[in-house]
Design a protein around this ligand. Structure first.
Ligand code: ATP
Ligand code: MG
Length: 502
């Protein structure tokens, strides 16, 4: 095992020799002795000792303390002072050079050994600490994540280059500032200022993470979407001595997310287009085949065709044409809405009369045999609403009520006109198959058909059209339904709607 190399600086030759022989006896290697400060520096440079034993008072231009200062600054060799003087003044001067030990003469070999071993250990620990600190600094300076540390009052004590770049604050300006000055965050959507994570960590004494969609407002006012975590720094037990925030730029990820959203939207539109084409062509095929069959039967029976049969076939043809016409109108209506051309042109209407006439007309063309029970207890039902759109809303809801409830079940239609509030409420209630709870939220999506409608014909456009007409009046639509019990659609429209195009 290599022994520790020691340099002895002592201007009294006898004392120097005695110490050197003590050291050798203790198993150390004495690389030399020096009797002045200058000679000590030269010898230290030449022999590179691992420790220097230095007399404080030595002859020559510079004394032991100044020599020690120089060696500490330039050579990083631990020094232990030897002195015959233990007075305060000397100790104070010696302390400035941060020695690794201090032995007062006369001392025993044991004293010397203990002082040397402790000095060496202290030096090693100090070097390890310095290396760790350097490594940490290199790491923090080179990582791409931004790091800011604060003390227990939220004052900035450290900021790395990545954090300087993101916040726009230079280290020199940021140090000592309150964290909220440098790290100001807002909600990306509502733009409201968010609680600083440092404040939260200091209060809750645990790691906290940022909410999604958080932006940092940089010094120049620029917004940067970020993700972050903030953790307490604990040096003393049961106490938070500071906070470290680690955050990173999410701009690129946001761009990718937006792109993905756009792509998904496009995909959705493409799917919708395909669905539209297949649904519409399918819906056209049914009435077309009805017409074709009826025409073939007429041709086939020729002169034998009875008046009754003729009427039946003609009714079938009319019905099929009517449903094709309705489908065409629905599609055109949707097209107008999508193109932003749905106009709302309100005209004065007496709602009670309007509804009664509509019901009469509706029942005259439907053959389902459902009774529609209309109730309106208001005297004054004057309103200003788009007649065509209101017609479209009510006919669609009544058609659904008829279509999705068994024959013979009555349908309730209530109208309430509240002239004080300025609103009209239309409730259409059936005792039909009902809509599963989990599917009710999708009813107003184009082509959406709930699982209850599998065996019943339809395109899934009716309610979308209704919703668009309601929106054109700035009204609301809601549904309440129970499977097997029935469904109620409630429409609320302002009594006096304003003209507008969607
Ligand atoms: P169409 O475009 O011919 O009206 P549709 O009736 O299927 O077709 P919507 O009126 O938009 O389309 O209705 C969407 C879905 O909502 C229906 O397929 C059905 O599942 C459900 N639905 C609507 N009204 C009722 C109701 N009164 N009772 C039960 N289910 C209903
Ligand atoms: Mg419908």
């Amino acid at each position: 095992m290599e022994t520790v190399k020691i340099l002895v600086v002592e201007d009294e030759v006898i004392v120097a020799r005695t110490i050197a022989s003590q050291l050798i006896q203790l198993g150390y290697t004495v690389v030399g002795t020096a009797s002045s400060g200058k000679a000590a520096i030269a010898k230290a440079l030449e022999t590179q000792p691992e420790l220097i034993l230095m007399d404080i008072i030595i002859k020559g231009e510079i004394d032991g303390i100044d020599t020690a200062s120089y060696i500490r600054e330039h050579l990083d060799i631990p020094i232990i002072f030897l002195t015959a003087y233990g007075d305060d003044d000397t100790v104070q001067r010696a302390k400035i050079t941060q020695p690794f030990g201090y032995i007062v003469k006369p001392f025993t070999s044991k004293d010397l050994r203990i002082a040397i071993e402790i000095g060496l250990l202290k030096h090693r620990l100090e070097r390890d600490l310095r290396e760790n600190r350097d490594q940490l600094a290199t790491l923090l300076n080179s990582i791409s994540d931004a790091v800011i540390a604060t003390n227990e009052h939220g004052m900035i004590t450290f900021i790395n280059p990545a954090a300087e770049k993101l916040t726009g604050w230079h280290q020199a300006d940021a140090l000592g500032k309150d964290i909220s000055t440098v790290f100001h965050i807002v909600d990306e959507v509502t733009e409201t200022t968010l609680e600083n994570p440092v404040t939260k960590v200091l209060r809750e004494q645990k790691v906290v993470y940022l909410e999604e969609f958080t932006s940092l407002i940089a010094k120049n006012g620029q917004r940067v979407p970020i993700g972050d975590s903030a953790s307490p720094i604990r040096i003393r037990p049961n106490q938070v001595d500071g906070v470290v925030i680690v955050f990173w730029d999410l701009s690129e990820r946001r761009k990718t997310e937006l792109l993905e959203q756009a792509l998904n939207k496009e995909k959705e539109l493409n799917n919708l287009k395909s669905l539209f084409i297949s649904t519409v062509s399918h819906e056209f095929r049914n009435p077309l085949s009805v017409i074709q069959t009826a025409v073939e039967l007429i041709e086939l029976q020729g002169a034998n065709l009875t008046e009754t049969k003729k009427n039946t076939y003609l009714r079938r043809i009319k019905g099929a044409v009517q449903s094709m016409k309705q489908l065409m109108e629905d599609v055109l209506f949707m097209g107008r809405t999508e193109a932003g051309k749905l106009e709302c042109n309100p005209i004065p209407l007496t709602l009670k009369e309007f509804c009664q006439e509509l019901i009469a007309e509706f029942t005259s063309v439907t053959t389902s045999g459902h009774e529609i029970i209309f109730t309106c207890n208001n005297e004054n039902t004057e309103a200003c609403i788009d007649e065509r759109l209101l017609n479209c809303i009510l006919v669609n809801l009544l058609s659904n009520a008829v279509k999705y409830s068994p024959q013979g079940k009555a349908i309730r239609f209530d109208l309430i006109c509240d002239q004080t509030e300025g609103i009209a409420t239309f409730c259409i209630q059936d005792l039909g198959i009902g809509i599963p709870q989990s599917e009710q939220a999708h009813l107003f999506e184009s082509f959406y058909r709930a699982s209850n409608a599998k065996t019943i014909q339809g395109t899934g456009l009716g309610l979308v059209i209704v919703k668009n007409c309601v929106d054109a009046h700035q009204g609301t639509i809601s549904v309440s339904s129970q499977e097997g019990k029935g469904t109620t659609f409630t429409i609320v429209l302002p009594l006096n709607s304003e003209s507008q195009s969607l």
